[in-house]
Design a protein around this ligand. Sequence first.
Ligand code: PMP
Length: 394
Amino acid sequence: MSLNYAKRMDNIKASEIRELLKLTQQPNIISFAGGMPAPESFPIEEFIKIGRQVLENTGAQALQYGPTEGYQPLREAIAKRMAKVKVDVKAENILVTSGSQQGLDFVAKIFINPGDIIVCESPTYLGAINAFKAYEPKFIEVSTDKDGMNMEELEEVLKSNDNIKFIYVIPDFQNPSGKTWSVERRIKLVELANKYNVAVVEDNPYGELRFEGEILPAVKHFDTEGRVAFLGTFSKILCPGLRLGWVAAAPEFLSKFILVKQGADLQSSTISQMEAAKFLELYNIDEHIQKIIDIYRKRRDVMMKTIEEEFPEGVSYTYPEGGLFTWVVLPEYMNARELALKALEQNVAYVPGGSFFPNGGNENTFRLNYSNMDEERIVEGIKRLGKVIKDAIR
Ligand code: PMP
């Protein structure tokens, strides 16, 4: 039987990462594939106490419907925390979402008619590509270098296309490339968005996970006209299971998100929001983030050192200053999808890079995650991967 599904379903494929993650559930696999936080960083004891408190003191409220915009004390706490990335907003500028993934779906729902153009970095986050694809856009990819998106190329694109709806960027420790934009590029991006009248979607799950140096001001910090929507999340600084993220935007822009939030799920989970707000009230999340940073910095160091020792000449990679990923570029004739099968035979998994390019190509690339495996497994996994690459390189 074949049901008469909508045309948009032709564009929606199972995420390669989700398929791979199924395989990597097996305990003997060393997985650099997912983007999962270190479970040992989760504040389980704290959440046991918080859960009791929230239910004992405010149980009826926690189990009831709440406002679409979000639980007010949480909106206030989020607005305050946005100062970390130098964004000055109030609770009224915040909509709580079910992860930032929901913000990505909303942004496409708000802007995209079939055939409209989205501009993004090349490569970009697979989850965003999939969320956007449901609304049948065209993607224009703009190349990046070590300082972020290439601004001359972006201006050319903006000049020569008139139905561009938004520019989607991940300026800090990008998924998948691990790259971070310079401040100059952030300023220039806003300048160009103003000049060509397009919106900017800044997806920023990793900005606070900086291992060295100062946290950089968000693109939103430079927004003079209210055209930047900032997507934030608790997934990487607390835990993804809460499913809590947010959109920070100017009131009129935010009102569109609120409208689609009503239609999507009325509101994010009241009890999750109350627990997150309680965590922020009772504990020091900055100290908690510092603990996560200390774990990830060590893992990044071990992974990068082992890569340096074990990967052959002709292979290049990003040195990430924060976040969860590094990005590997093999010689052009090599195919990272084929190589992934050989790596899996050695019980090592990664995500082939081709899926992070909405218009295809670049099959000689792959992404490595270092947040989820302990140091010993990182060393062993990278050694095995190095051998697989050495065996295949000419
Ligand atoms: N954006 C980016 C760039 C991500 O890497 C992720 C998670 N991997 C998300 C958004 C979605 O995260 P969540 O829905 O858990 O907030």
